[in-house]
Ligand binder design. Structure first.
Ligand SMILES: [Zn+2]
Length: 323
């Protein structure tokens, strides 16, 4: 009875990547015209589901054992689920509150007490689509930047927009912002909508990993499964978030002037730094992955990992002479 599929319209289709699409019920409530192109997508998981509308941008998600959130309630109502039924689903969910759910709840309280950043769930921009081979320019661009294929890259609107790739920012599976990388040569190159202390790549980390790589850019993080602080600095909130993973942290700066600032901040935080002796022309992790492959780049990073302050200072001075 908590199976969302029972509430979906009968006319729907399933994609290979697990998305089920149907005419989105949200758009008319968000000032857009009714969807007739099956642009509402739901991805069921073992313990819940997430919903994205690729027309009006509305998102919602649900996890078994948690309270049914405001956005999930709205979606169910728009799907025609009566309000008593929605209440019942909520109670049923709370009855399933597992040990894990309780631990997560305690963690959430602890995060609040310890000043850990929290992020509000946001909508995607309206009229977005997942990038497939049907967008050859975007598709080629992503392959060229060694971006993993299983991330939901998007494109927004029609031909009137500058050619671009839109990368949703997620945290614990929720959409909390996005960045747009334009593919023409005009400025700005990126436009981002993000929240204070956000770190990109939280959801790219795997439970069995013992290390986390911290870099500046989104494509650096995507190409190697690391985390991106999105500028050449690390805020205190970002540092708390990265520390909370309880892993060995290594900062891999861009090999340019801005990267020097990131090294200084890593020294302040007492984190390891890696400045691999990459060949000329390779100035960040993404360049290295494109040249050496993911594993090759990872080896160069781990081989050059330094924890000693003196050695990091030395490497930084050597780098400063090269750039
Ligand atoms: Zn919609």
């Amino acid at each position: 009875m908590l199976d969302i599929l029972t509430y979906l319209p009968a006319r729907r289709k399933k994609s290979g990547s697990g998305w089920i699409s149907f005419n989105a019920p949200c758009c008319v409530h968000n000032g857009e015209s009714a969807d007739r192109r099956q642009r509402g997508g739901i991805k069921p998981a073992d313990d819940g589901w997430s919903y994205h509308c690729f027309n009006c941008g509305f998102t919602a998600s649900f996890r078994l054992g948690r309270n049914l959130g405001l956005k999930a309630r709205r979606l169910l109502a728009w799907l025609g689920v009566p309000s008593e039924e929605i209440e019942r689903i909520n109670l049923e969910s709370l009855r399933h509150r597992s040990m894990e759910g309780l631990i997560q709840e305690r963690q959430a309280v602890w995060h609040r007490l310890s000043n850990m950043p929290e992020f509000l769930e946001t909508d995607l921009p309206h009229d977005t689509q997942i990038i497939t081979e049907q967008f050859p320019a975007q598709w080629q661009y992503l392959r060229g930047r060694a971006a993993p294929q299983d991330y939901p890259y998007m494109v927004q609107g029609g031909a009137e927009n500058r050619p671009h790739v839109l990368i949703p920012f997620t945290h614990d599976g929720c959409i909390v912002g996005h960045t747009t990388r334009f593919l023409d040569s005009r400025r700005p190159k990126y436009i981002s909508e993000t929240q204070a202390d956000y770190v990109f790549g939280w959801d790219l980390q795997r439970p069995q990993w013992q290390h986390v790589l911290v870099m500046e850019g989104v494509f650096d993080a995507l190409s190697i499964g690391g985390m991106a602080v999105l500028h050449a600095d690390i805020s205190d909130g970002q540092a708390r978030l990265i520390r909370s993973l309880e892993r060995e942290i290594t900062v891999v700066p861009d090999q340019d002037r801005a990267g020097m600032r990131l090294v200084e901040r890593a020294l302040e935080l007492g984190w390891a730094v890696s400045i691999p002796p990459w060949e000329p022309g390779i100035k960040d992790v993404n360049d290295a992955v494109i040249r050496y492959g993911r594993l090759g780049a990872l080896l160069t990073i781990m081989q050059s990992r330094e924890t000693s302050r003196v050695k990091i200072e030395l490497k930084r001075k050597q780098l400063a002479k090269r750039i």
